[in-house]
Design a protein around this ligand. Structure first.
Ligand code: TTP
Ligand code: MG
Length: 351
């Protein structure tokens, strides 16, 4: 598993800065009324230097920095930016689990050659988001959700923090216990009382000592997480409305004949899958990823549905040629997928 956790930097405040660039140099607080009972949603990094942070009272923020600019949150606007960001991410990575308006997990294992390659992809995603939305984000790249999540927060803003396979426990070890996802205020108190202040101290407890401090499933889970062990897969609610096969090549390929034979090979897998499911498809899509990680897809929709490897392969090759006619460059990945599925059963009923 290679997972990235992506989190936008000072999200609400960054959007407000884009809408009004004059704010960039000023301490900016997005949140409720500082003269009432308002709470800080977030603050830009200039304001954070005064000690202002999310969830403190706006009145306290005003005290810490009387010259700060206060803005009420504009949820609909942030939503628009968020949708744009996650559309970009989804166009670059097949499997994405968005966990909040500004954060989520990306499955990089499926689309990279090895760990270093995954880190390069993370960099490409960061660059693309910056170019297309002007927003800054940070990513952690690791072998599990918990390590990726902790890592994405280590070099904010604008940082990428890779934790190579095998380095998980050493990476987590010196960090404060409160940084471990799953440790809430209550658990934190209990751990500190027992003299456990770093993730490493929790990780190295033996079962007996752990049982003295806390017990049950949560204890076991936190103990594992402290060692970088986290088997949670990505959760995506997207139902399988398409069947596809894609492959990242060991080396970039530009030879058209080789590419065509790859497309045909994938078409065979797709056709086999369709036939096993008793399905056929009307839309064929070919996806290419260039050596700079950018992605292009070309689709065609037929009047009648098909399920055989030859036709899917021929159309897949044609679509590949269309994509390469627009931009001819070496490819690191090719994918063929079909959608607009119908099952034989339905066809029988309909016709
Ligand atoms: P976060 O990602 O926690 O914070 P952030 O993006 O502002 O800053 P960072 O660079 O540290 O990631 O939360 C995302 C957005 O959610 C944040 O911009 C505002 C909102 N939010 C609240 O409204 N209340 C809160 O208590 C928190 C933590 C966030
Ligand atoms: Mg954020």
């Amino acid at each position: 598993m290679i997972i990235a956790h992506l989190d936008l930097d000072a999200f609400f405040a960054s959007v407000e800065e884009l809408e009004n660039p004059d704010l960039k140099a000023k301490p900016l607080v997005v949140g409720g009324d500082p003269w009432g009972r308002g709470v800080v949603s977030t603050a830009n990094y200039v304001a954070r230097r005064y000690g202002i942070h999310s969830a403190m009272s706006s009145a306290e923020a005003l005290k810490l920095c009387p010259q700060a600019v206060f803005i009420r949150p504009r949820g609909a606007l942030y939503k628009e930016y968020s949708i744009k960001v996650w559309q970009i991410v989804s166009s670059m990575v097949e499997t994405v689990e968005q966990t909040g308006i500004d954060e989520g997990y990306l499955d990089l294992g499926q689309v990279s050659r090895d760990f270093d390659d995954a880190v390069e992809l993370a960099e490409a995603i960061q660059r693309t988001i910056r170019r297309r939305t002007k927003l800054s984000c940070s990513l952690g790249v690791a072998t599990s959700k918990v390590v990726a999540k902790v890592a994405s927060d280590r070099h904010k803003p604008g940082g990428i923090t890779p934790v190579a396979p095998g380095a998980e426990a050493a990476f987590l070890s010196p960090l404060d216990i409160r940084l471990l996802p799953g440790v809430g205020p209550q658990t934190e108190k209990r751990l500190r009382k027992a003299g456990i202040n770093t993730i490493g101290e929790l990780a190295t407890l033996d079962e007996e000592d752990l049982a003295q401090v806390m017990s049950g499933k949560v204890a076991t889970m936190l103990h594992e997480r402290a060692r970088g062990i986290d088997p949670r897969p990505l959760e995506t609610d997207r139902k399988r409305q398409s069947i596809g096969h894609e492959e990242t090549f060991l080396e970039d390929i530009s030879d058209r004949r080789v590419l065509h034979s790859e497309v045909k090979r994938m078409a065979e897998k797709v056709a086999e899958h369709l036939q096993l499911n008793g399905q056929s498809a009307r839309t064929i899509t070919t996806k290419v990823r260039y050596d700079d990680f950018s992605v292009r897809t070309r689709s065609t929709t037929l009047i009648h549905s098909i399920d055989d490897a030859r036709r899917i392969g021929d159309l897949g090759c044609l679509l590949l040629d269309y994509a390469l006619a627009e931009r001819d460059a070496p490819l690191r990945l090719v994918g063929v997928s079909v959608s607009n599925l119908s099952s034989y059963m339905q066809l029988e009923l309909t016709f």
